[in-house]
Design a protein around this ligand. Structure first.
Ligand SMILES: [Zn+2]
Ligand SMILES: [Zn+2]
Length: 171
């Protein structure tokens, strides 16, 4: 008999995508789940603090950042806009879970963590981070930091999210 069940990576990433549909930020819907062994210990998405208006009510709060990047050996200033109204999914996940549950756990997150989230996850007891969509802006520094912390950091390359969880967002 062929085992047609979903593998665990697909199973937990599907849940992360389901959770991401709760997000009300028009720019990015991110979901994250905490897994200990095969047990789901927490879910979170990016959103404004409880009781505060979210992006769908008050609009995104756009902040423009400038960062220095290397392009063909030359330093270039690159402007980036991001929404700062929301607490990122990974940070909400840390706010809603206990340290003791996180020791040795895995985080599945729909999007590659930004620098701040990766930094916080690195200090949270989590030993593995699995993501699907790339966020190239911070990849280099996030990867080298997580490598030196010996945290497993991997992308699900062949994964396909459930169709109903994909909402069109403006970038
Ligand atoms: Zn927003
Ligand atoms: Zn983040």
């Amino acid at each position: 008999m062929i085992d047609t069940r979903k593998d665990w990576d697909t199973y937990f990433m599907d849940i992360a995508y389901m959770v991401s549909t709760r997000s009300r930020c028009g720019r990015r819907h991110v979901g994250a789940v905490l897994v200990q062994g095969k047990k789901l210990l927490g879910t979170a998405y990016n959103g404004a603090p409880m009781g505060m208006p979210d992006c769908s009510e008050a609009g995104c709060m756009i902040s423009e950042e400038v960062s220095l990047v290397q392009v063909d050996g030359e330093e270039k200033m690159v402007k980036k806009q991001r929404c700062i109204r929301t607490i990122h999914a990974e940070q909400n996940l840390l706010l809603f879970t206990d340290r003791i549950d996180r020791e040795g756990s895995t985080v599945y997150v729909t999007d590659e963590p930004c620098w701040t989230c990766a930094n916080m996850l690195a200090n949270s007891g989590v030993v593995e981070i699995v993501f699907h969509r790339s966020y190239p802006k911070d990849t280099d520094k996030v990867t080298s930091m997580l490598n030196s912390k010996e945290i497993i950091f991997r992308q699900l390359q062949l994964y396909e999210p459930p169709n109903e969880t994909l909402t069109s967002v403006s970038n």
